[in-house]
Design a protein around this ligand. Sequence first.
Ligand SMILES: NC(=O)c1ccc[n+]([C@@H]2O[C@H](COP(=O)([O-])OP(=O)(O)OC[C@H]3O[C@@H](n4cnc5c(N)ncnc54)[C@H](OP(=O)(O)O)[C@@H]3O)[C@@H](O)[C@H]2O)c1
Length: 391
Amino acid sequence: MKALILTPSTKDVSVQEIPVPKPRDGEVLIRVHAVALNPIDSIYVVHPIAEQEQRVIGTDFAGVITAVGPDLSSSTDLRARIGGRVAGFHQGACSTNDRPGAFAEYITAPYDLLWSVPDGMSLSDASTISMCGLTAAQGVYSRLGLPCPFDDQTGALTTNGSGITNVLIYSASTSLGLYAAQLVQHAARTSGRKIRLIGTASPSKHDLLRKAPYSYDVLVDYRDPNWVDKVKKATEGKGIDFAVDSISEGQTVYSVHDTLAATAKMAVFRGPKGGQYDPSELRIKPIYGAVWEGLGHEIGYNGAIFPANPEARVFATKFFNFLSTAAADGNVKLEPNPVRLMPGGLERIVPDGFTLLGSGLVSKRQDTSRTEDYMRPISGEKIVYRIQGEA
Ligand SMILES: NC(=O)c1ccc[n+]([C@@H]2O[C@H](COP(=O)([O-])OP(=O)(O)OC[C@H]3O[C@@H](n4cnc5c(N)ncnc54)[C@H](OP(=O)(O)O)[C@@H]3O)[C@@H](O)[C@H]2O)c1
């Protein structure tokens, strides 16, 4: 089979032939139909941290099960049956230790870290959800503690005495922000409490964000020099109770911090080093975590070792079960990101997709100067490649 392989020592990435992997106990073999791109896919190719000779790169995937591990042959779970349509994510080259990647014609994965894609959803759409959806769920439920529709831990909603909880999502049109808003709306439904959802995004995205499933109450332009004051005014001067900084890069962290009420919580998705901010300057400490914890393995990442985190893995399985229920009841729990289906397959991911993503800060992405329509800057969309079969 073909796979997109990084040689860390030379930073070379090429499509190569490697053996089709075999599913072990608890795993399934998946024919990959679609993959979605994330900023870290390109960052850790241009600045490799992998310590092996070669690594299959890529995180988000969706496809069809073609074989199951020895212990799953009589399983009735839709995610462990040949022909099942599933989605999930791998770590790709985003760790020092060896972990599997998604950009290949076939991959294996533990069935309980997959979700069952409903018949009405394309595999391209499904490929956009797993990694950023789980990241957003970890941020909104595990770190901020908002009421969670699929976990017993029922968070409390701070209301500052007004009966309304003020939630800010900075950079609402990021992939992460599009999922975080939907999860905040699930928290409001789960608790029966009123949440005032406030977002920052380019004005061209405001119409999309006002509508369901995002349903923002207030939107401001993050390029407006007065956006922090406008957000505070929208809270009637009380400040934000829960903030999600979907960019978490330098000034965004300090500005989001300026909107917070005294008892607020704030979730970030880049650590201080990668995000270039100093938590010691902040009254309320931003809460950071890496989505990889959900995969349940020890990982070497950004100069640290993240030990295997069984609790985070259990949370991930509950999240994927929650997504899977749509396959049975027909109600999609998270709308996928709008998809930009790119021309070509594995061989075009680096020259086109990674050019769009860049390899530095999201907030400093340069226009690529490429003239093809599919090379316009990423805004409120996920970049998706078809690998094989129906996507
Ligand atoms: N901790 C983790 O485990 C984890 C997991 C996933 C992602 N992440 C990180 O989360 C960040 C977001 O990832 P993503 O995939 O969601 O990004 P993305 O969708 O590629 O981000 C694109 C968006 O960035 C927005 N943007 C650009 N510059 C901005 C600025 N200065 N202020 C506000 N918004 C700006 C644009 O908004 P407009 O179009 O509205 O201008 C655009 O919609 C990345 O840094 C990623 O590495 C972390």
